[in-house]
Design a protein around this ligand. Structure first.
Ligand SMILES: *[C@@H]1O[C@H](CO)[C@@H](O)[C@H](O)[C@H]1NC(C)=O
Ligand SMILES: *[C@@H]1O[C@H](CO)[C@@H](O)[C@H](O)[C@H]1NC(C)=O
Ligand SMILES: *[C@@H]1O[C@H](CO)[C@@H](O)[C@H](O)[C@H]1NC(C)=O
Ligand SMILES: *[C@@H]1O[C@H](CO)[C@@H](O)[C@H](O)[C@H]1NC(C)=O
Ligand SMILES: *[C@@H]1O[C@H](CO)[C@@H](O)[C@H](O)[C@H]1NC(C)=O
Length: 278
């Protein structure tokens, strides 16, 4: 009876030690999409009777396990194959590396280290941010008939972003900004500037770990220089013909209220106009 009691006390003590090894602290990690992240088990060396398991998400899905006793490492693909070929488990430290990380890998990863002498748990809250596109600035510098002063309407836009802020800067000073927390199909922020303005404006897209900037010099902002592309490949069907033709395409992007024309010398060949933003 007494022996039983001692055993029971020992059992309790042992579990208390185990509890001390637990960590309720959740370590936060912020990662950029496509990067790799290593979740550190906190062990410098695995002990011979250690069993290590890594779990993911609300459902505590088992994604990797290591058993020293049976010298076995098992990696799982995850419920929908999401982790296929993207997990590595270090057989010396038990640390887990996730490669080509995607935004859907965001969540809590848990490592349980279990042996006769210890029971340790660490949690990692991994937040994956998408790579940011470069914002696009479109401009409309059409003259207002009512005034001699001409203003430009600028619009800075991005598509398919989440957890970002889009801002206009004049030099280093913030003019305006807009934020979205969830996924946004398209996000734009307008700005009205004077045509004669010598300042440099920039539109900045940022999330908590990165940013992308597009600069605009208003003096260059009135109209972009059109781009001519040519295709002078010879037509095989007319190889007998000594005459070779070129196809030219003249293009501009993000313009409003403009006319684009082809001239041969001084004579107009063709033209196309848009009234709104194109
Ligand atoms: C990870 O990304 C690299 C480079 O982009 C690619 O070569 C590789 O196939 C990717 N691996 C997986 C498992 O998606
Ligand atoms: C994980 O991090 C995200 C974003 O930082 C936060 O919203 C969430 O509450 C965190 N979850 C846990 C379990 O700490
Ligand atoms: C041009 O913009 C300035 C401020 O940037 C504003 O005060 C003015 O009214 C605008 N003029 C026109 C014609 O829109
Ligand atoms: C953008 O990121 C760079 C570092 O990558 C940082 O130096 C700069 O201050 C950031 N700019 C803004 C406006 O957040
Ligand atoms: C080349 O262009 C001329 C007129 O510009 C046209 O008459 C001729 O058919 C064209 N030749 C070919 C091979 O397309």
């Amino acid at each position: 009876m007494r022996k039983m009691a001692i055993k029971f006390i020992l059992f309790c003590l042992w579990h208390l030690v185990g509890v001390f090894g637990d960590s309720d602290e959740v370590r936060s990690l912020f990662v950029m999409e496509d990067d790799s992240v290593t979740l550190n088990s906190g062990l410098t060396e695995i002990q011979t009777d250690d069993e290590i398991e890594w779990r993911f998400g609300h459902t505590n899905l088992l994604i990797a396990e290591l058993s020293m006793k049976s010298s076995m490492i098992l990696l799982y693909d995850g419920d929908d194959g999401r982790f296929r070929d993207r997990l590595k488990l270090d057989h010396q430290t038990g640390s887990l590396t996730i490669t080509n990380i995607t935004t859907t890998d965001s969540g809590v990863f848990t490592v349980n280290i279990i042996s006769k002498s210890r029971e340790i748990r660490y949690r990692f809250n991994v937040t994956v941010y998408a790579r940011l596109p470069v914002p696009v600035i479109s401009r409309d510098c059409s003259s207002s008939s009512s005034s001699s002063q001409q203003n430009c309407s600028l619009l800075c836009s991005v598509v398919n972003v989440a957890h970002v802020t889009l801002s206009w800067y004049k030099g280093n000073s913030l003019l305006s900004s807009i934020s979205v927390s969830d996924l946004s199909i398209s996000l734009s922020l307008p700005l009205e500037v004077e045509y004669q303005d010598k300042n440099t404006y920039s539109c900045v897209l940022n999330n908590p770990i990165s940013n992308q900037t597009q600069h605009l010099d208003i003096s260059d902002a009135r109209l972009p220089v059109p781009v001519i592309s040519r295709d002078c490949s010879s037509s095989s069907s007319s190889s007998s013909s000594s005459q070779q033709n070129c196809s030219l395409v003249c293009s501009v992007v993000n313009v409003g209220h403009v006319t684009l024309s082809w001239y041969k010398g001084n004579s107009l060949l063709s033209s196309i106009s848009v009234s709104d933003l194109s």
